[in-house]
Structure formats: C-alpha cells, structure tokens
Design a protein around this ligand. Structure first.
Ligand code: FE2
Ligand code: FE2
Length: 134
C-alpha cells in the first residue's frame, strides 16, 4: 500500500499527464519507504532521477498546454519553476551533507502535491471549457 495516493480529482484522462503523475508518485513512495526504513541510507541518485522525472513532466505538460493555447501557460511555467527551485535547494543541501533524510523526500512530495492539486487544476477546467474533456 503506497504512503501517498493521488486523489481522484487529480486524474485528467487526457494525454500522458496521469501516467507521468503516477510515475512521480510511485518514485516518491519508494523514497518515502526507503527513508522511513532507516536501515540502509537512501541512495541520493533516486532523488536525482526523481528531479529529472519532474522536469520531464513539467516540460511535457507545458508543451501540451502550449499546443492547446492554454491562457495561463506563463503562470503555470512559473509555478513549475518555483517547485524545481525549492527541490534544487534541498537537493544541493543534501548533497553537501551527503545524506538524504525523510525531510528531503517530503519536499519532493510537497512539490508533487503543489503541481497536481493546485497548479494543474485550472488546466483541467480549461479542457472542460474547450469541450476536450467531457
Ligand atoms: Fe502536472
Ligand atoms: Fe503542472
């Protein structure tokens, strides 16, 4: 049973958004389990890979939005940049101290929650308004 589950309201049923969100959530759950287990240190490369997946997702989402003339694209880009800036700050801190703890993983979880439960929802509304989602 995963520690964090994406709520149904976050499901788009459109493009690759859902599979990308689920992939990120799965990776975060694996890191949360590893960080909670406290037996073996969490491999920092897991978080580096997670950061890459987040960036890939943000770029893919922005390309989709651009193709559909989403009017809030610039604002959405800024929200993605803000999430990555916070993640990068905690990543550089954990690289400096050479340890990855639960708090570090929770920052990634906050970033995912910020994207799926806040930033992305106006795009879903837009897809309904355009009749792309019904
Ligand atoms: Fe997203
Ligand atoms: Fe987003």
């Amino acid at each position: 049973m995963p520690i964090f589950e994406l709520p149904p309201v976050t499901k788009f049923g459109f493009g690759t958004i859902d599979t990308e969100h689920v992939d990120i959530a799965d990776r975060i759950n694996a890191c949360l389990l590893a960080a909670s287990a406290d037996e073996t240190p969490l491999d920092p490369q897991l978080l580096v890979a997670l950061r890459e997946k987040m960036l890939e997702h943000f770029l893919s989402e922005e390309a989709l939005m651009e193709g559909l003339d989403f009017p809030l694209l610039q604002q959405h880009r800024l929200q993605h940049q803000k999430i990555l800036a916070v993640v990068d700050r905690i990543l550089s801190g954990s690289a400096a101290s050479n340890r990855v703890d639960l708090e570090t993983v929770l920052v990634f979880l906050d970033g995912l929650i910020e994207d799926v439960l806040h930033a992305d929802l106006p795009f879903k509304t837009y897809l309904y308004e355009r009749g792309i989602l019904q």
